[in-house]
Design a binder for this molecule. Structure first.
Ligand code: EPU
Length: 328
């Protein structure tokens, strides 16, 4: 049995039967039998229990940068750290990723949930994702369109879940830079430079979000739900302060943090699990929590939100039980 506790940032006690570290040679995959979980830095998945199979830890490293007339092309191995990549770009005057600074996790995991923050989503920069099919060892290159990106969503969470391992991500970063500073506190910056946005995003994240090195957490636990305009209008009759972000003609996104905050969960504890006192969309583990307590807390939030607002909250983090993915 191999401990997984330090391999996922939520830090629950869990083990796997096998733990295999893979650098650039993915041929080992052919010999693995039984349930398999592919792990980057473990910042968006939580092992609720001992996992009855093999965990593959992706440690492949390396990146190349090619310059074209109006963009840079970066080909990055999946085991590289995301924030280090953003920092590398800043140091080399390649701007565009600064809103995504300090997001925990690896480059290979980033397209799976299409990481996003402060008005920017990764899919804006993805040219291709290179992956290996687990059952055959065959290499596939998926175009941006084939990745079927959505809000915290992609084909890697759907049809290709458990079937491929992402080995490289190819980014196209335009040379023509435009500040994206309309979101929340970034709007205070007037005509900011990329460095100012980078520093401000880091400052906001440090102030609001708990550091996984200090307290176990996996970022936002739930997704911000999409509701129809009609549903939103009816909610506004009872809760005129309920904020929303436009999505399209028919629907808006509602901040799950507001719903959870409004129901009084902020700071609430259940065993070793806490709903974070500053950002209630984040659940934390004080080191003593277990999977049952986490599920109980998440289900209490989900049920109360459903009963009060008729909104179903979906988990954003991926929950892994004995046999694999667990639904809330
Ligand atoms: N809010 C409250 N009470 C609070 C905190 C927030 O009511 O205590 C409300 C406010 O109305 C606020 C709104 O929630 O304006 C949005 O809050 P915030 O800007 O903190 O962002 P979020 O919607 O909670 C999302 C992402 C974060 C990302 C931020 C910034 C999701 C699931 N989460 O959070 O991503 O950093 O926006 O772009 O979309 C992550 O995915 O792990 C993550 C941290």
């Amino acid at each position: 049995m191999h401990s997984l506790t330090s391999l996922h940032t939520f830090g629950l006690t869990a083990h796997s039967k096998q733990l295999i570290s893979v650098d650039n040679d993915f041929s080992i995959l052919e010999y693995i039998e039984g349930p398999l979980w592919v792990l980057g830095e473990g910042s968006n998945c939580i092992f609720l229990d001992d996992f009855d199979g093999s965990v593959i830890k992706i440690d492949s490293k390396g990146k190349t940068v090619e310059e074209f007339s109006d963009y840079y092309q970066l080909t990055v191995s999946s085991g590289e750290n995301w924030h280090q990549l953003v920092r590398f770009c800043m140091q080399n005057n390649i701007f565009g990723l600064e809103n995504l600074a300090l997001i925990p996790g690896s480059v290979g995991a980033a397209p799976i949930q299409n990481i996003g923050a402060y008005g920017v989503e990764l899919n804006q920069f993805i040219k291709e994702v290179v992956c290996t099919e687990i059952s055959t060892g065959e290499k596939h290159i998926l175009s941006n369109e084939e990745c079927q990106f959505g809000y915290r969503d992609s084909v890697f969470k759907r049809h290709l879940a458990g079937k491929v391992i992402i080995t490289q991500v190819v980014l196209h970063i335009p040379k023509r830079w435009q500040a994206c500073n309309h979101y929340g506190e970034l709007a205070k910056l007037k005509q900011p430079s990329p460095e100012q946005i980078f520093n401000q995003v880091i400052a906001i994240r440090k102030a609001k979000l708990p550091d996984p090195n200090e307290i176990g957490n996996a970022g936002s636990f739930f997704k911000n739900p999409l509701v129809s305009n009609k549903h939103y209008a009816s909610l506004q009759c009872d809760w005129p302060d309920l904020p929303c972000f436009p999505v399209d003609h028919n629907s808006v996104k509602v901040p799950a943090a507001w719903l959870i905050d409004h129901l009084g969960f902020k700071g609430k504890q259940l065993g070793g699990i806490q709903c974070h006192p500053n950002q209630p969309l984040v659940l934390t583990n004080n080191g003593q929590g277990n999977g049952a307590e986490l599920l109980e807390m998440a289900r209490q939030i989900q049920t109360k939100v459903e009963n009060t607002f008729s909104i179903h909250l979906e988990n954003e983090v991926r929950l892994i039980g004995k046999k694999g993915l667990v639904m809330l």
